[in-house]
Design a protein around this ligand. Structure first.
Ligand code: GLY
Ligand code: MN
Ligand code: MN
Length: 457
Protein backbone atom coordinates (compact mmCIF):
# COMPACT_ATOMS: atom_id res chain seq x y z
CA UNK A 1 0.00 0.00 0.00
CA UNK A 2 1.49 3.42 -0.91
CA UNK A 3 2.43 5.56 2.10
CA UNK A 4 0.44 8.77 2.52
CA UNK A 5 2.10 12.19 2.31
CA UNK A 6 1.32 12.87 5.96
CA UNK A 7 2.82 9.56 7.12
CA UNK A 8 5.95 10.32 5.09
CA UNK A 9 6.25 13.82 6.55
CA UNK A 10 5.68 12.59 10.12
CA UNK A 11 8.37 9.96 9.67
CA UNK A 12 10.86 12.51 8.30
CA UNK A 13 10.24 14.85 11.26
CA UNK A 14 10.68 11.96 13.68
CA UNK A 15 13.88 10.90 11.93
CA UNK A 16 15.22 14.43 12.32
CA UNK A 17 14.28 14.43 16.02
CA UNK A 18 16.32 11.23 16.41
CA UNK A 19 19.41 13.04 15.11
CA UNK A 20 19.30 16.47 16.80
CA UNK A 21 18.26 17.66 20.26
CA UNK A 22 17.55 21.32 19.43
CA UNK A 23 14.78 23.01 17.40
CA UNK A 24 15.19 23.60 13.66
CA UNK A 25 13.55 26.41 11.71
CA UNK A 26 13.43 26.17 7.95
CA UNK A 27 12.18 28.87 5.61
CA UNK A 28 10.48 28.26 2.26
CA UNK A 29 11.86 31.44 0.70
CA UNK A 30 10.01 33.97 -1.33
CA UNK A 31 9.58 34.94 -4.95
CA UNK A 32 11.73 37.80 -6.25
CA UNK A 33 10.11 40.65 -8.19
CA UNK A 34 11.15 41.23 -11.79
CA UNK A 35 10.12 44.87 -11.86
CA UNK A 36 7.16 45.45 -9.54
CA UNK A 37 6.08 43.36 -6.56
CA UNK A 38 3.34 41.40 -8.29
CA UNK A 39 5.40 40.49 -11.37
CA UNK A 40 7.75 37.88 -9.99
CA UNK A 41 10.31 35.34 -11.17
CA UNK A 42 8.96 31.78 -10.89
CA UNK A 43 8.91 30.72 -7.23
CA UNK A 44 10.75 27.62 -6.07
CA UNK A 45 10.52 26.69 -2.38
CA UNK A 46 13.73 25.72 -0.60
CA UNK A 47 14.34 21.99 -0.88
CA UNK A 48 15.07 21.53 2.84
CA UNK A 49 11.68 23.11 3.57
CA UNK A 50 9.97 20.94 0.95
CA UNK A 51 11.47 17.79 2.41
CA UNK A 52 9.76 18.32 5.77
CA UNK A 53 6.74 20.46 4.79
CA UNK A 54 5.81 18.65 1.59
CA UNK A 55 4.15 21.63 -0.13
CA UNK A 56 5.70 24.48 -2.16
CA UNK A 57 4.41 27.26 0.10
CA UNK A 58 5.86 30.75 -0.41
CA UNK A 59 6.91 33.06 2.41
CA UNK A 60 6.40 30.41 5.08
CA UNK A 61 8.55 28.76 7.73
CA UNK A 62 8.38 25.59 9.79
CA UNK A 63 9.73 25.01 13.26
CA UNK A 64 10.45 21.41 14.19
CA UNK A 65 11.25 20.12 17.64
CA UNK A 66 11.06 16.59 19.03
CA UNK A 67 9.08 15.36 16.02
CA UNK A 68 6.46 18.13 16.18
CA UNK A 69 6.02 20.73 13.46
CA UNK A 70 4.66 24.27 13.72
CA UNK A 71 3.78 26.14 10.54
CA UNK A 72 4.26 29.91 10.22
CA UNK A 73 2.46 31.56 7.33
CA UNK A 74 0.29 34.62 6.84
CA UNK A 75 -3.29 34.43 5.59
CA UNK A 76 -3.72 35.74 2.06
CA UNK A 77 -4.91 39.36 1.97
CA UNK A 78 -8.35 40.28 0.55
CA UNK A 79 -6.72 41.91 -2.48
CA UNK A 80 -4.79 38.70 -3.12
CA UNK A 81 -8.12 36.92 -3.60
CA UNK A 82 -9.04 39.54 -6.22
CA UNK A 83 -5.90 38.91 -8.27
CA UNK A 84 -5.05 35.28 -7.50
CA UNK A 85 -8.37 33.73 -6.44
CA UNK A 86 -9.16 32.01 -3.17
CA UNK A 87 -6.25 30.16 -1.58
CA UNK A 88 -6.38 27.67 1.33
CA UNK A 89 -6.52 29.15 4.84
CA UNK A 90 -3.62 28.69 7.27
CA UNK A 91 -5.44 25.96 9.20
CA UNK A 92 -6.32 24.07 6.04
CA UNK A 93 -2.68 24.08 4.95
CA UNK A 94 -1.66 22.95 8.43
CA UNK A 95 -4.04 19.99 8.16
CA UNK A 96 -2.75 19.10 4.68
CA UNK A 97 0.84 18.83 5.88
CA UNK A 98 0.06 17.34 9.29
CA UNK A 99 1.31 20.35 11.29
CA UNK A 100 0.76 20.32 15.04
CA UNK A 101 0.02 24.06 15.18
CA UNK A 102 -0.04 27.07 12.85
CA UNK A 103 0.67 30.77 13.44
CA UNK A 104 1.15 34.05 11.58
CA UNK A 105 4.73 34.84 10.51
CA UNK A 106 5.14 37.58 13.15
CA UNK A 107 5.07 34.94 15.89
CA UNK A 108 8.16 33.21 14.57
CA UNK A 109 10.51 35.77 16.15
CA UNK A 110 9.70 34.61 19.69
CA UNK A 111 10.64 30.98 18.89
CA UNK A 112 14.18 31.55 17.58
CA UNK A 113 16.12 31.04 20.83
CA UNK A 114 18.34 27.96 20.65
CA UNK A 115 17.20 26.99 17.16
CA UNK A 116 19.30 26.09 14.12
CA UNK A 117 18.59 27.01 10.51
CA UNK A 118 19.88 26.74 6.94
CA UNK A 119 20.25 29.75 4.65
CA UNK A 120 17.70 30.12 1.90
CA UNK A 121 18.84 31.33 -1.55
CA UNK A 122 16.72 34.47 -1.98
CA UNK A 123 18.11 37.65 -0.46
CA UNK A 124 14.91 38.92 1.15
CA UNK A 125 14.62 35.68 3.13
CA UNK A 126 18.25 35.28 4.19
CA UNK A 127 18.23 38.93 5.28
CA UNK A 128 15.23 38.09 7.47
CA UNK A 129 17.01 34.97 8.79
CA UNK A 130 20.15 36.98 9.58
CA UNK A 131 18.15 39.65 11.42
CA UNK A 132 16.07 37.22 13.45
CA UNK A 133 19.00 35.02 14.46
CA UNK A 134 21.32 37.97 14.96
CA UNK A 135 24.11 36.09 13.16
CA UNK A 136 25.13 35.87 9.52
CA UNK A 137 22.95 33.32 7.72
CA UNK A 138 24.10 33.52 4.12
CA UNK A 139 23.88 30.95 1.35
CA UNK A 140 27.56 31.59 0.51
CA UNK A 141 28.74 30.92 4.08
CA UNK A 142 29.34 27.33 5.22
CA UNK A 143 27.04 26.56 8.19
CA UNK A 144 28.66 26.65 11.65
CA UNK A 145 27.81 25.33 15.11
CA UNK A 146 24.28 23.94 15.48
CA UNK A 147 23.49 25.06 11.91
CA UNK A 148 26.21 22.67 10.77
CA UNK A 149 24.82 19.91 12.98
CA UNK A 150 21.37 20.49 11.44
CA UNK A 151 22.82 20.47 7.93
CA UNK A 152 24.61 17.17 8.60
CA UNK A 153 21.44 15.62 10.00
CA UNK A 154 19.42 16.70 6.96
CA UNK A 155 22.12 15.38 4.61
CA UNK A 156 21.96 12.02 6.39
CA UNK A 157 18.20 11.84 5.82
CA UNK A 158 18.04 13.24 2.28
CA UNK A 159 20.88 11.02 1.04
CA UNK A 160 18.73 7.90 1.38
CA UNK A 161 15.37 8.23 -0.33
CA UNK A 162 12.23 6.99 1.42
CA UNK A 163 9.19 5.49 -0.35
CA UNK A 164 7.44 8.87 -0.54
CA UNK A 165 10.44 10.39 -2.28
CA UNK A 166 10.81 7.46 -4.66
CA UNK A 167 7.16 7.71 -5.71
CA UNK A 168 7.76 11.33 -6.73
CA UNK A 169 11.15 10.62 -8.30
CA UNK A 170 9.59 7.90 -10.46
CA UNK A 171 6.98 10.42 -11.67
CA UNK A 172 9.74 12.91 -12.50
CA UNK A 173 11.65 10.20 -14.39
CA UNK A 174 8.60 9.12 -16.37
CA UNK A 175 7.79 12.66 -17.52
CA UNK A 176 11.47 13.36 -18.28
CA UNK A 177 11.52 10.22 -20.45
CA UNK A 178 8.35 11.33 -22.27
CA UNK A 179 9.90 14.77 -22.90
CA UNK A 180 12.97 13.18 -24.47
CA UNK A 181 10.87 10.89 -26.63
CA UNK A 182 8.94 13.95 -27.84
CA UNK A 183 12.18 15.79 -28.63
CA UNK A 184 13.59 12.92 -30.64
CA UNK A 185 10.35 12.47 -32.56
CA UNK A 186 10.14 16.20 -33.28
CA UNK A 187 13.71 16.94 -34.33
CA UNK A 188 13.39 16.10 -38.02
CA UNK A 189 10.69 18.74 -38.37
CA UNK A 190 12.49 21.38 -36.29
CA UNK A 191 14.51 24.20 -37.79
CA UNK A 192 16.19 25.37 -34.56
CA UNK A 193 17.27 24.12 -31.16
CA UNK A 194 14.50 26.31 -29.69
CA UNK A 195 11.86 24.29 -31.53
CA UNK A 196 13.18 21.01 -30.12
CA UNK A 197 13.29 22.53 -26.64
CA UNK A 198 9.67 23.64 -27.05
CA UNK A 199 8.62 20.10 -28.06
CA UNK A 200 10.35 18.69 -24.96
CA UNK A 201 9.27 21.25 -22.39
CA UNK A 202 5.66 21.21 -23.66
CA UNK A 203 5.41 17.64 -22.35
CA UNK A 204 6.68 18.73 -18.95
CA UNK A 205 4.33 21.71 -18.79
CA UNK A 206 1.37 19.59 -19.89
CA UNK A 207 2.00 17.34 -16.86
CA UNK A 208 1.81 20.40 -14.59
CA UNK A 209 5.50 20.09 -13.87
CA UNK A 210 8.41 22.42 -14.49
CA UNK A 211 11.98 21.78 -15.58
CA UNK A 212 14.33 20.86 -12.76
CA UNK A 213 17.09 23.08 -14.30
CA UNK A 214 17.45 25.21 -17.40
CA UNK A 215 17.25 22.84 -20.35
CA UNK A 216 20.31 22.25 -22.49
CA UNK A 217 19.21 21.57 -26.07
CA UNK A 218 22.07 22.25 -28.40
CA UNK A 219 24.04 21.27 -31.46
CA UNK A 220 27.07 22.58 -29.53
CA UNK A 221 27.14 19.88 -26.89
CA UNK A 222 30.76 20.74 -26.14
CA UNK A 223 29.49 23.77 -24.19
CA UNK A 224 28.61 21.83 -21.05
CA UNK A 225 25.82 24.03 -19.76
CA UNK A 226 24.79 25.65 -23.02
CA UNK A 227 21.63 27.68 -22.48
CA UNK A 228 21.28 29.21 -25.95
CA UNK A 229 18.75 27.83 -28.36
CA UNK A 230 19.17 29.89 -31.52
CA UNK A 231 21.34 27.64 -33.65
CA UNK A 232 19.77 26.22 -36.79
CA UNK A 233 19.63 22.45 -37.04
CA UNK A 234 21.66 21.32 -40.02
CA UNK A 235 22.13 18.04 -41.82
CA UNK A 236 24.72 15.92 -40.03
CA UNK A 237 24.35 17.64 -36.65
CA UNK A 238 24.23 15.80 -33.37
CA UNK A 239 21.83 17.35 -30.88
CA UNK A 240 22.54 17.06 -27.17
CA UNK A 241 19.43 17.37 -24.98
CA UNK A 242 19.87 17.52 -21.20
CA UNK A 243 16.33 18.05 -19.92
CA UNK A 244 14.61 17.01 -16.71
CA UNK A 245 11.15 17.37 -15.18
CA UNK A 246 10.42 18.37 -11.60
CA UNK A 247 7.21 17.31 -9.85
CA UNK A 248 4.94 19.86 -8.17
CA UNK A 249 6.49 18.99 -4.80
CA UNK A 250 10.02 19.52 -6.11
CA UNK A 251 11.47 16.08 -6.99
CA UNK A 252 13.79 16.08 -9.99
CA UNK A 253 14.61 14.07 -13.08
CA UNK A 254 17.85 14.62 -15.06
CA UNK A 255 18.33 12.92 -18.43
CA UNK A 256 20.67 13.52 -21.35
CA UNK A 257 20.51 11.95 -24.76
CA UNK A 258 22.46 12.83 -27.87
CA UNK A 259 20.87 12.07 -31.20
CA UNK A 260 21.52 12.57 -34.91
CA UNK A 261 19.12 15.19 -36.22
CA UNK A 262 18.87 13.40 -39.56
CA UNK A 263 18.04 10.06 -37.92
CA UNK A 264 21.37 8.37 -38.69
CA UNK A 265 24.72 8.71 -36.91
CA UNK A 266 27.69 9.19 -39.23
CA UNK A 267 30.28 6.43 -38.80
CA UNK A 268 32.54 8.74 -36.75
CA UNK A 269 29.65 9.89 -34.57
CA UNK A 270 28.58 6.30 -34.05
CA UNK A 271 32.12 5.25 -33.07
CA UNK A 272 32.37 7.87 -30.35
CA UNK A 273 28.75 7.37 -29.26
CA UNK A 274 29.47 3.69 -28.66
CA UNK A 275 32.53 4.55 -26.55
CA UNK A 276 30.44 6.84 -24.32
CA UNK A 277 27.68 4.23 -24.15
CA UNK A 278 30.21 1.53 -23.17
CA UNK A 279 31.31 3.75 -20.26
CA UNK A 280 27.67 4.41 -19.26
CA UNK A 281 26.82 0.70 -19.31
CA UNK A 282 30.01 -0.39 -17.53
CA UNK A 283 29.40 2.12 -14.72
CA UNK A 284 25.80 1.03 -14.13
CA UNK A 285 26.79 -2.66 -14.23
CA UNK A 286 29.50 -2.05 -11.60
CA UNK A 287 27.27 -0.17 -9.16
CA UNK A 288 26.00 -1.85 -6.01
CA UNK A 289 26.01 -1.10 -2.29
CA UNK A 290 29.52 -0.80 -0.88
CA UNK A 291 31.12 0.39 -4.13
CA UNK A 292 32.90 3.76 -4.14
CA UNK A 293 31.32 6.28 -6.52
CA UNK A 294 34.85 7.64 -7.20
CA UNK A 295 35.77 4.17 -8.53
CA UNK A 296 32.74 4.31 -10.83
CA UNK A 297 34.09 7.61 -12.14
CA UNK A 298 37.53 6.09 -12.70
CA UNK A 299 35.92 3.14 -14.47
CA UNK A 300 34.23 5.54 -16.90
CA UNK A 301 37.58 7.27 -17.47
CA UNK A 302 39.26 3.93 -18.22
CA UNK A 303 36.54 2.73 -20.62
CA UNK A 304 36.65 6.06 -22.46
CA UNK A 305 40.46 5.96 -22.65
CA UNK A 306 40.35 2.36 -23.95
CA UNK A 307 37.75 3.30 -26.56
CA UNK A 308 39.76 6.30 -27.73
CA UNK A 309 42.92 4.19 -27.95
CA UNK A 310 41.02 1.61 -30.03
CA UNK A 311 39.86 4.39 -32.35
CA UNK A 312 43.44 5.63 -32.72
CA UNK A 313 42.72 9.01 -31.11
CA UNK A 314 44.78 8.37 -27.96
CA UNK A 315 48.13 6.62 -27.96
CA UNK A 316 49.41 4.60 -25.03
CA UNK A 317 48.24 2.38 -22.22
CA UNK A 318 44.67 3.34 -21.16
CA UNK A 319 45.38 3.09 -17.42
CA UNK A 320 48.48 5.26 -17.72
CA UNK A 321 46.55 7.75 -19.85
CA UNK A 322 43.95 8.03 -17.08
CA UNK A 323 46.69 8.51 -14.47
CA UNK A 324 47.98 11.41 -16.59
CA UNK A 325 44.41 12.79 -16.93
CA UNK A 326 44.61 12.64 -20.73
CA UNK A 327 41.05 11.24 -20.92
CA UNK A 328 39.90 14.43 -19.14
CA UNK A 329 40.73 16.52 -22.19
CA UNK A 330 37.63 14.88 -23.68
CA UNK A 331 35.69 14.00 -20.50
CA UNK A 332 36.46 16.88 -18.15
CA UNK A 333 33.56 16.54 -15.71
CA UNK A 334 32.61 13.98 -13.07
CA UNK A 335 30.55 10.88 -13.80
CA UNK A 336 27.52 12.39 -12.02
CA UNK A 337 25.98 13.65 -8.80
CA UNK A 338 23.28 13.12 -6.23
CA UNK A 339 19.69 13.58 -7.39
CA UNK A 340 16.61 14.23 -5.27
CA UNK A 341 14.77 17.42 -4.46
CA UNK A 342 17.40 19.19 -6.51
CA UNK A 343 19.42 18.36 -9.51
CA UNK A 344 22.91 18.32 -7.91
CA UNK A 345 21.07 17.51 -4.72
CA UNK A 346 22.00 19.51 -1.63
CA UNK A 347 24.84 21.39 -3.34
CA UNK A 348 23.56 24.51 -1.54
CA UNK A 349 25.60 22.97 1.32
CA UNK A 350 28.81 22.84 -0.72
CA UNK A 351 30.38 19.37 -0.58
CA UNK A 352 28.74 18.43 2.73
CA UNK A 353 26.36 16.04 0.98
CA UNK A 354 28.53 15.00 -1.94
CA UNK A 355 31.72 14.21 -0.02
CA UNK A 356 31.96 11.76 2.83
CA UNK A 357 33.39 13.36 5.99
CA UNK A 358 37.19 13.56 5.81
CA UNK A 359 37.28 13.57 2.01
CA UNK A 360 38.16 16.63 -0.07
CA UNK A 361 38.10 17.51 -3.72
CA UNK A 362 41.12 16.29 -5.66
CA UNK A 363 43.43 18.87 -7.24
CA UNK A 364 43.74 16.63 -10.32
CA UNK A 365 42.18 17.97 -13.53
CA UNK A 366 40.53 14.58 -14.13
CA UNK A 367 39.05 14.30 -10.61
CA UNK A 368 38.46 17.85 -9.38
CA UNK A 369 34.98 18.12 -10.91
CA UNK A 370 33.78 14.94 -9.23
CA UNK A 371 30.66 16.08 -7.33
CA UNK A 372 30.09 12.89 -5.36
CA UNK A 373 32.68 10.93 -3.42
CA UNK A 374 30.82 8.51 -1.17
CA UNK A 375 30.35 4.79 -0.72
CA UNK A 376 27.12 3.78 -2.47
CA UNK A 377 24.28 2.73 -0.17
CA UNK A 378 20.76 1.43 -0.89
CA UNK A 379 18.33 4.32 -1.41
CA UNK A 380 20.86 6.71 -2.95
CA UNK A 381 19.89 8.13 -6.33
CA UNK A 382 22.73 9.29 -8.55
CA UNK A 383 23.21 10.21 -12.16
CA UNK A 384 25.56 8.39 -14.48
CA UNK A 385 26.53 10.76 -17.27
CA UNK A 386 29.74 10.07 -19.16
CA UNK A 387 30.54 12.25 -22.13
CA UNK A 388 32.97 13.12 -24.89
CA UNK A 389 33.53 16.73 -25.87
CA UNK A 390 35.84 18.57 -28.22
CA UNK A 391 36.25 21.88 -26.45
CA UNK A 392 38.48 24.03 -28.71
CA UNK A 393 39.98 26.00 -25.78
CA UNK A 394 40.97 22.83 -23.88
CA UNK A 395 42.36 21.03 -26.93
CA UNK A 396 44.27 24.08 -28.13
CA UNK A 397 46.07 24.55 -24.84
CA UNK A 398 46.77 20.79 -24.57
CA UNK A 399 48.36 20.55 -27.99
CA UNK A 400 51.98 21.05 -27.03
CA UNK A 401 51.77 19.26 -23.68
CA UNK A 402 50.12 16.12 -25.05
CA UNK A 403 51.75 16.12 -28.47
CA UNK A 404 52.57 12.39 -28.50
CA UNK A 405 49.63 11.01 -26.53
CA UNK A 406 47.02 12.25 -28.98
CA UNK A 407 46.98 11.49 -32.67
CA UNK A 408 45.86 14.95 -33.77
CA UNK A 409 45.41 14.00 -37.43
CA UNK A 410 43.19 11.09 -36.50
CA UNK A 411 41.22 13.34 -34.14
CA UNK A 412 40.48 15.70 -37.03
CA UNK A 413 38.49 12.93 -38.71
CA UNK A 414 36.00 13.17 -35.81
CA UNK A 415 35.24 16.85 -36.38
CA UNK A 416 31.51 16.11 -36.68
CA UNK A 417 31.44 15.08 -32.99
CA UNK A 418 31.34 18.22 -30.87
CA UNK A 419 29.70 16.86 -27.75
CA UNK A 420 28.05 13.61 -26.67
CA UNK A 421 26.62 12.84 -23.23
CA UNK A 422 24.38 9.98 -22.12
CA UNK A 423 22.77 10.45 -18.70
CA UNK A 424 20.46 8.27 -16.64
CA UNK A 425 19.12 8.37 -13.08
CA UNK A 426 20.27 5.30 -11.16
CA UNK A 427 18.87 4.16 -7.82
CA UNK A 428 21.10 2.00 -5.64
CA UNK A 429 19.06 -0.94 -4.34
CA UNK A 430 19.85 -3.64 -1.78
CA UNK A 431 21.20 -5.91 -4.49
CA UNK A 432 22.38 -3.59 -7.26
CA UNK A 433 20.65 -0.82 -9.13
CA UNK A 434 17.40 0.24 -10.74
CA UNK A 435 17.65 2.73 -13.60
CA UNK A 436 14.61 4.96 -13.08
CA UNK A 437 14.96 6.36 -16.59
CA UNK A 438 15.52 3.09 -18.45
CA UNK A 439 12.32 3.40 -20.49
CA UNK A 440 14.32 5.75 -22.71
CA UNK A 441 16.65 3.82 -25.01
CA UNK A 442 20.39 4.43 -25.13
CA UNK A 443 21.49 2.08 -27.94
CA UNK A 444 22.38 3.97 -31.13
CA UNK A 445 20.05 1.93 -33.32
CA UNK A 446 17.05 2.47 -31.05
CA UNK A 447 17.83 6.18 -30.82
CA UNK A 448 17.88 6.35 -34.64
CA UNK A 449 14.56 4.51 -34.80
CA UNK A 450 12.98 6.94 -32.33
CA UNK A 451 14.17 9.95 -34.33
CA UNK A 452 12.92 8.41 -37.59
CA UNK A 453 9.57 7.43 -36.05
CA UNK A 454 8.81 11.18 -35.86
CA UNK A 455 8.33 11.30 -39.61
CA UNK A 456 5.26 9.10 -39.36
CA UNK A 457 3.46 11.40 -36.92
N1 GLY B 1 21.65 18.83 -15.95
C1 GLY B 1 22.86 19.15 -15.32
C2 GLY B 1 23.65 17.97 -15.05
O1 GLY B 1 23.42 16.96 -15.66
O2 GLY B 1 24.51 17.93 -14.21
MN1 MN C 1 23.23 15.47 -14.21
MN1 MN D 1 21.73 16.57 -16.85
Amino acid sequence: MPVSLIDTLHQRRQNLANLINFPAILWAGNSSPRNFPANVFPFRASSHFLYFAGLPLANAAIRMEAGKLELFIDEATPSSALWHGETPKRDEIATQIGADAAYPMTELASTIEGAATIAVQDASTWTQQTQLFNRMVLPQLPPQGIDLELAKAIVKLRLIHDEGALTELRKASAVSVAAHQAGMRAVKKCKTEAEVRAAMESVIIAHEMQTSYNSIVTVHGEVLHNEHYHHPIQVGDLLLADVGAETSTGWAGDITRTFPTSGKFSSTQRDIYDVVLAAHDACIAAMHPGVEYADIHLLACKVIAEGLVDLGILQGNPEELVEKDVHALFFPHGIGHLLGLDVHDMEDLGDLAGYEEGRDRSQRFGLGYLRLNRTLRPGMLVTIEPGFYQVPAILQSARSHYQYLINWERLQQFADVRGIRIEDDVLVTNTGTEVLTNALPTAAKEIEELVCSGEKI
